[in-house]
Design a protein around this ligand. Sequence first.
Ligand code: NAD
Length: 300
Amino acid sequence: MSEARIIDGKALAARVQEKVAKAVAELKKRHGLTPGLAVVLVGDDPASQVYVRNKGRRTVEAGMRSFEYKLPADASERELLDRIAKLNANPDVHGILVQLPLPRQIRTSAVIDAIDPEKDVDGFHVVNAGRLMTGRKGLVPCTPKGCILLIKQVRKTLEGLQAVVIGRSNIVGKPLAHLLLAENCTVTIAHSRTRDLPEVTRRADILVAAVGRPEMVRGDWIKPGAVVIDVGINRVKGEDGSPKLVGDVAFAEAHKVASAITPVPGGVGPMTIAMLLVNTVQAACRQKRVPVPKVLKDYV
Ligand code: NAD
C-alpha cells in the first residue's frame, strides 16, 4: 500500500484566512461593519499567552478589531463576569473568547454561561451546543469545525462512512461527533472506558484522536485506507533531549496504513484559529443582520 497523503492544515488555514480578509473588506465597504473579537486571559500560563497573542495577531491581519484583556491569576469570578457583561454590551465586540483553562477559583461553566450566545465564538455555550445537537444554525466550536474541513480536503462526501472519535470532551470529541453525524457518518465515540479500543478504531473509515496521550494510536489500530485526524498536542522530549510536539497518533506507523493523515504540528492546530476568525465574521453578520459574504459560504 502506498503512503498516506499528508493533509496540510497550515496551507488550508492560510487560504481560509485570506478569504476571511476578503469577507471583512467587503463588510467594511458595503455595510461599514468591522468585526471585533475580544479575548480575555486570566493569569500568566505561558501556553495560553502564546495562544492569545496569536489570536490577536491573526484577527488584526484579517482586518478585524482585536480587544485583549488580561486579568491577574488571583482575579475573582465576579471580576471576570463583570468584564464579560461589559463585552456583551459593547456593540463593537462581536465575538468573546475567554482563554481556558481558568484558575481554580473561577467556575468555567459560570463563565461560559455568562457569554451572550450570539457572541460565543468558541461555541461552548449550552445554547450553541444545543443548536449543534438539534441541527440548527449556530456558532460551532473551532477545532471540530476545522477537523471537518480537513477531512473534506480528501473526501468530498462522508455519507455512510464509519467515523470513530476517540475523546468525549465538550470542546472537541462531542461537538465533532455531532458534526460527523450531520455529514451522515455512522458515528462512534470512544473514550477512557471503551473496551478493546483498537478493535473499535479498526472499523473506522475516518478516525479522529482527541485524547492528549502521546502516540497512543498505533499503526495496527488503523483500517487500511482510513483518513486519520490527529487533534492531540503533546509536549514530549525528543531523542536529543529537546522538547518537541507529537500528536495522539504514532505518525510514522499510521502514515504507512492510512490513505490520508494530518501531521502534528501543522494539521489541526492552525485550523482552530482560522475557524475562530470565520466564527467572528459569522457572529458579526448575524448581530448586524447582514448576510455572510459569499466568499465564506463553505465555512458557515
Ligand atoms: P480532555 O482531556 O478534555 O479529553 C480527553 C478525552 O480523551 C476524554 O474524553 C477521555 O475520555 C479520553 N481519553 C483519555 N484517556 C483515554 C484512553 N486511554 N483511551 C481512550 N480515550 C481516552 O481533552 P481535549 O480538550 O478534548 O483535548 C484532547 C487533545 O487535543 C489534547 O492533546 C489537547 O491538547 C488537544 N487539543 C488540540 C486543539 C488544537 O487546536 N489542535 C484544540 C483542543 C485540544
